[in-house]
Design a binder for this molecule. Structure first.
Ligand code: GRF
Length: 202
C-alpha cells in the first residue's frame, strides 16, 4: 500500500525537493499529502506548488502563545492522516504533545553525525571543535532534541580550507541522498525500532 507522508519545512526546502524528486522518480512508494510550514515566506512553498502538493501554513507569529500554536499544528498534522511526518528543516522544536501523538512516525534530518553537535549551527560547531569527519543523520524524533533512534548516517571529510558554508554544502549533498533513502526504507516497511536501535531489513 502506498504510504502517505507529510513534510514540515520552514525555509529553503532543498531536502523537501529531494523527497519530491524521489517520489516522482518512484524511488519512494508514497504520496506527499502536504507541506506544512510555520513560515508564510518559506521558499519551500513554491516547490510544493510546482509539484502540486497542498500547502498548509500554520504561521507561528499569528498565534497568541506557543500552546495555541501547537494545538493548531497538531490538528493540521492529524488532518493529514499521514503514515510519516518528515521534518525537512523545520526550525521549531516540537512540543511533547506533538511528538507523542505520532510515535515512530516522525523523522528528522540533522547536519551532523549525532550524537555530536545537536541544535543550531551544527556545521559551525563541527568546524570549531576541529573534527576531521562530519556528516548528516536521519533519525526518528523523540521528546529530546536531535536524539531519537538513528536510521542512517552519511559522512564527509572536513578540509582545512573549509568555512561553514563550504562544509554545509558538502554535507547537504549527502543529506539529499540519506533522507530519501531513509524515507524509502520506512515506506517499504523495512525499519524496526528496537530500543535506541533501528534495525533495517535488507
Ligand atoms: C538542513 O541542513 C537540515 O539538515 C537541517 O536544516 C537544513 C534545511 O535545509 N535540519 P533545506 O531547507 O532542506 O534546504
Amino acid at each position: 500500500m502506498m504510504k502517505r507522508i507529510a513534510v514540515l519545512a520552514s525555509g529553503r526546502g532543498s531536502n523537501f525537493q529531494a523527497v519530491i524528486d524521489a517520489i516522482t522518480e518512484k524511488n519512494i512508494p508514497a504520496r506527499c499529502t502536504a507541506l506544512i510550514t510555520d513560515n508564510p515566506n518559506a521558499y519551500a512553498i513554491g516547490r510544493a506548488k510546482k509539484a502540486g502538493i497542498p500547502v498548509v501554513v500554520v504561521d507561528y507569529s499569528s498565534f497568541p502563545s506557543r500552546e495555541v500554536y501547537e494545538r493548531a499544528l497538531l490538528s493540521a498534522m492529524q488532518q493529514q492522516e499521514a503514515d510519516l511526518f518528515v521534518l525537512a528543516g523545520y526550525m521549531r522544536i516540537l512540543g511533547k504533545i506533538i511528538v507523542q501523538a505520532f510515535p515512530g512516525k516522525m523523522v528528522n534530518i540533522h547536519p551532523a553525525l549525532l550524537p555530536s553537535f545537536t541544535g543550531l549551527h551544527a556545521q559551525r560547531q563541527a568546524l570549531e571543535y576541529g573534527v576531521k569527519i562530519a556528516g548528516c543523520t536521519v533519525h526518528f524524533v523523540d521528546e529530546h532534541l536531535d536524539c531519537g533512534p538513528i536510521i542512517l548516517q552519511r559522512c564527509v571529510p572536513v578540509l582545512e580550507s573549509d568555512d561553514e558554508e563550504a562544509l554545509a554544502e558538502r554535507i547537504l549533498i549527502q543529506e539529499h541522498i540519506a533522507f530519501p533513502d531513509a524515507i524509502r526504507l520506512f515506506c517499504e516497511d523495512r525499519l524496526e525500532i528496537v530500543g535506541r536501535n533501528v534495525r533495517i531489513r535488507w
